[in-house]
Ligand binder design. Structure first.
Ligand code: SF4
Length: 357
C-alpha cells in the first residue's frame, strides 16, 4: 500500500493479523489517509466475513417516546405532556405489526422505546409476550442495555431476572443502542439519568452468560474526544474477548437537529463517518459484523461504507421514527428490492439474516 512511518507499522500489524493497540487506534483517528484506511478495513472485512452483506426485512416498534431520561443528544424522547408524545397500546402494536406483515418476507421486530416514567416492567413485558404469541415466526430483537437496566431499577429485580423473564416471553436478542460513548465523563454531561457505562456493559455480559446475543453501538460526533472513541472500542473488544456474545457493532453518527445540542454541534462529515467505520473494523478484530446503518448514514454513504469494512446494512424497517425526529434525511423505510440493489451495486452478495442482526 502507500503509507510510510507509523502508519506503515500499523498496516504490517493488520496484514499479519496482530491486534491494534490503544495508541494505534489514536494514530488512526488522527490520520487523514482515508482511502488507505478503507482499503485496510476492506481487506480485514473480506478475510473475516467474505462478500456477504447481511440485511433483514424488519419492522421497528417504538412503544413510547415518553422518557424520563431526556438525554441531550436525543430528539425522540419527550415529557408526557409535550406535543407529539405518545404511548402505544397493545392493540396499536399489533396493528403496526399486522400492517408490516403484509410483506411476506417480514422476519423480525426491533423494539426500542423511551423510559416511560409510569410504565411498569410488566407492561413492557406484556408487549413482548403478546407480540410473540401473535407473530411466533418473527424474531424479536428488543430493548437496549439502558432499557434493561431501567427495568431492573423500577422493578427491584436483578438484571439477570429481567433478562430471564424477557427471554421466557419471547425476546431472542438485545438491541445495541444506549452504549453512546462508554465514558462516565461523557455520560454525566449528556445522559446522567440512565445506565452508566459499567451498567450497560454489565447488561451485555449478563445477557451473554444467559445465551442471549446482543449488539453494540457507538454514538459519535458530539462532545467525545477521539481517545474516548478508542477507549469505547477497546471496552467493547475486551468484553467480546470475555464472552463472545456480541454479534454486530453499529456506528451511529450524532444527528443534532431538534436536540439540546443543535446550536452547539454540527453533524459529522462523510469523511468522519467512513473513517470511524473503517477504524471500528480494524480495532474490533473479534467482531464478525460491522453494520452501516443506512438511516443515519444515508443510503449513499452506507453503500460506500460497504467498502470501508462494513458487512451489514440493517433492514427495511417499515417506518423509522427515532432518527427522523432528529432530522434524518434518509427514507423512513426501504423495500427489500432496494436493499438488494444497493448491495449488488457495491459488488457484494445480499444475504437476509432472519431479523436477528
Ligand atoms: S436516548 Fe433513549 S433514554 Fe435517552 S432520552 Fe432518548 S429515548 Fe430516552
Amino acid at each position: 500500500m502507500f503509507v510510510r512511518g507509523e502508519l506503515e507499522k500499523i498496516e504490517v500489524k493488520v496484514l499479519s493479523g496482530k491486534r491494534l493497540s490503544r495508541e494505534d487506534g489514536e494514530k488512526l483517528f488522527s490520520c487523514n489517509e482515508l482511502s488507505w484506511l478503507g482499503a485496510l478495513a476492506d481487506y480485514v472485512r473480506k478475510k473475516i466475513c467474505g462478500d456477504r452483506v447481511y440485511y433483514n426485512v424488519n419492522c421497528h416498534v417504538n412503544l413510547t417516546n415518553i422518557c424520563r431520561a431526556r438525554c441531550k443528544f436525543c430528539a425522540f424522547g419527550r415529557d408526557g405532556d409535550s406535543k407529539g408524545s405518545y404511548a402505544m397500546t397493545i392493540d396499536d402494536a399489533i396493528k403496526l405489526v399486522n400492517e408490516a406483515s403484509r410483506d411476506p418476507h417480514l422476519s423480525g421486530l426491533h423494539i426500542v422505546s423511551g423510559l416511560h416514567p409510569t410504565w411498569t416492567f410488566e407492561k413492557y413485558l406484556a408487549f413482548v409476550e403478546i407480540l410473540h404469541r401473535k407473530f411466533p415466526a418473527l424474531h424479536i430483537k428488543g430493548f437496549t442495555g439502558v432499557e434493561i437496566q431501567h427495568f431492573a431499577d423500577i422493578s427491584g429485580l436483578s438484571v439477570e431476572e429481567i433478562l430471564r423473564k424477557l427471554k421466557a416471553a419471547g425476546l431472542e436478542t438485545i438491541a445495541g443502542g444506549g452504549a453512546e460513548i462508554l465514558s462516565d465523563r461523557v455520560r454525566n454531561l449528556l445522559c446522567p439519568k440512565k445506565a452508566t457505562a459499567d451498567q450497560w456493559l454489565n447488561v451485555a455480559r449478563t445477557a451473554h452468560k444467559l445465551g442471549i446475543k446482543t449488539n453494540a453501538s457507538m454514538l459519535y460526533g458530539h462532545i467525545e474526544t477521539l481517545p474516548e472513541r478508542v477507549e469505547h472500542l477497546i471496552r467493547l473488544r475486551e468484553l467480546q474477548d470475555e464472552t463472545g456474545g456480541f454479534q454486530t457493532f453499529i456506528c451511529f453518527p450524532f444527528l443534532p437537529k431538534n436536540t439540546a445540542l443543535e446550536k452547539e454541534i454540527k453533524q459529522t462529515s462523510m469523511w468522519d463517518d467512513l473513517k470511524t467505520i473503517a477504524i471500528s473494523r480494524l480495532m474490533l478484530d473479534n467482531f464478525q459484523n460491522i453494520k452501516a446503518y443506512w438511516v443515519m448514514l444515508t443510503v449513499p454513504v452506507a453503500q460506500v461504507a460497504l467498502s470501508f469494512g462494513a458487512n451489514d446494512i440493517d433492514g427495511t424497517i417499515h417506518r423509522e421514527n427515532i432518527l427522523h425526529d432528529a432530522g434524518a434525511t434518509s427514507p423512513r423505510a426501504l423495500t427489500e428490492d432496494q436493499i438488494i440493489k444497493i448491495i449488488r451495486e457495491a459488488g457484494r452478495v445480499p444475504f437476509a439474516t432472519g431479523g436477528n442482526t
